[in-house]
Write a protein that binds this ligand. Structure first.
Ligand SMILES: Nc1ncnc2c1ncn2[C@@H]1O[C@H](COP(=O)(O)OP(=O)(O)O)[C@@H](O)[C@H]1O
Ligand SMILES: N[C@@H](CCC(=O)OP(=O)(O)O)C(=O)O
Length: 375
């Protein structure tokens, strides 16, 4: 059997995520010793010939420190202003340190649209890959100052996983203020035990994460677990580890057993499906009958109008829509071939009758399987 830690040793392309809780020293400004240590470790990973993309949080927290604010503002524009101020501090901190190791850095700020629009997704991918080829360390964050609430990732775990998908990373390493994933929140349960390794898809992990974050972090362990599942879609394993541990990155990549390794056991999704899986903006839903739900789930088939029993929401051809079973559980998501208006006319309609009902035939499928991902 291949030792699963061996896979981290062999990782050529790694996404490292540093969370707010860790980076901002629990609200006392950027953690200088931490930054020195992480940058030095990333520099040695680069010197070993590995490619590293850094996803760093901390803009809002650093902005609050610079502006002298103690409370995280509730007002979106003040939050966005803080992010804009703090992002300057972040890039300065990384730039200066990487330069000492002879490395160039590049700032990449991504929003949801950069991942959801296929052309922008491909463009972001090409830019990141070009930077890696040039030996530059890209420093990524969400484009906090301009994104609207409806479409923000909010936590950088999700963003880091999407970046791992985007560049086909071998591993995602999430550094946080805990040593990894525990069987319950160690903040509230001192007796909690560290999980050393699990299949990212293991449903029993869901009960352990609780969803609570620290005062500075956004997502807690729940978003880290979800991120591991997202990263697994492109075949990347995820390590969640304590960022304050001595030489944590170098030791982890040397194959030492620390933190929690969440393994990608399913075969990677095709590139288009990876892009689909990262979409946040769902425009509506179609209810499917039990038979359709079964063939979607078990045989990965396309959804035909005959399997639909209802349509909710307002969507256009090409929008992302979710498919729910008769019990209301989401089965899949995909890009529709018909608008909501036409779809309502097509509920339960056989393929042969589509043209008669609509007066035209676009495609026989409501959602083609190539444009669908199971949830
Ligand atoms: N099962 C768990 N194991 C470890 N930490 C957990 C668990 N459930 C909740 N947490 C909380 O998640 C927090 C880390 O998430 P967060 O504050 O969002 O950090 P970051 O900014 O690094 O993303 C921990 O401080 C911890 O209190
Ligand atoms: N983009 C935000 C990061 C949000 C955040 O704190 O995320 P996380 O570190 O995942 O809890 C920032 O730079 O402040």
């Amino acid at each position: 059997m291949v030792n699963s830690r061996q896979q981290l040793r062999e990782a050529r392309r790694i996404v490292v995520k540093i969370g707010s809780a860790l980076l901002t020293n629990d609200g006392k400004g950027l953690c200088v010793e931490g930054l020195d240590a992480w940058v030095a470790q990333i520099a040695s990973l680069r010197a070993e010939g590995r490619e590293v993309v850094l996803v760093s949080s901390g803009a809002v927290a650093e902005g609050m420190t610079r502006l002298g604010w103690r409370e995280r503002p509730a007002d979106l524009h003040r939050l966005q202003a803080a992010a804009a101020v703090g992002q300057m501090g972040l890039v300065q901190a990384y730039e200066a340190r990487f330069r000492q190791h002879g490395l160039q850095t590049a700032q990449i700020l991504l929003g949801h649209d950069d991942i959801s629009a296929r052309d922008r997704y491909l463009n972001a991918r090409n830019t990141l890959l070009t930077l890696l080829e040039l030996g530059v360390v890209p420093v990524v964050n969400e484009n906090d100052s301009v994104v609207t609430d409806e479409i923000r990732f909010g936590d950088n775990d999700t963003l880091a996983a999407l970046v791992a998908n985007l560049i086909d990373a071998d591993s995602l390493v999430i550094l946080t203020d805990q040593q990894g994933l525990f069987d319950s929140d160690p903040r509230s349960n001192p007796g909690a035990t560290l999980i050393a390794e699990a299949d990212a898809a293991d449903a029993s992990l869901d009960a352990m994460v609780g969803g609570s974050a620290g005062s500075l972090g956004r997502g807690g362990m729940l978003t880290k677990l979800r991120a591991a599942r997202l990263a697994a879609r492109s075949g990347a394993d995820t390590l969640i580890a304590g960022g304050r541990e001595h030489e944590v990155l170098c030791r982890a990549v040397a194959g030492e057993s620390l933190g929690t390794l969440l393994l990608a056991k399913e075969p990677p999704l095709a590139a288009r499906k990876k892009w689909l899986a990262g979409q946040l903006r769902v425009r509506g839903s179609v209810v499917v009958d039990a038979g359709a739900a079964q063939v979607l789930r078990q045989q990965g088939r396309s959804l035909l109008p005959v399997g639909m029993t209802g349509v909710q929401g307002a969507f256009e051809r090409g929008d992302l829509v979710s498919c729910v079973d008769p019990a209301g559980r989401e089965v899949a998501r995909g890009l529709v071939n018909y608008s909501a208006e036409d779809a309502r006319k097509l509920v339960g309609v056989s393929t042969a009758a589509i043209a008669d009902v609509l007066g035209y035939l676009s495609e026989p499928e409501m959602i083609h399987r190539d444009n669908m991902v199971l949830v």
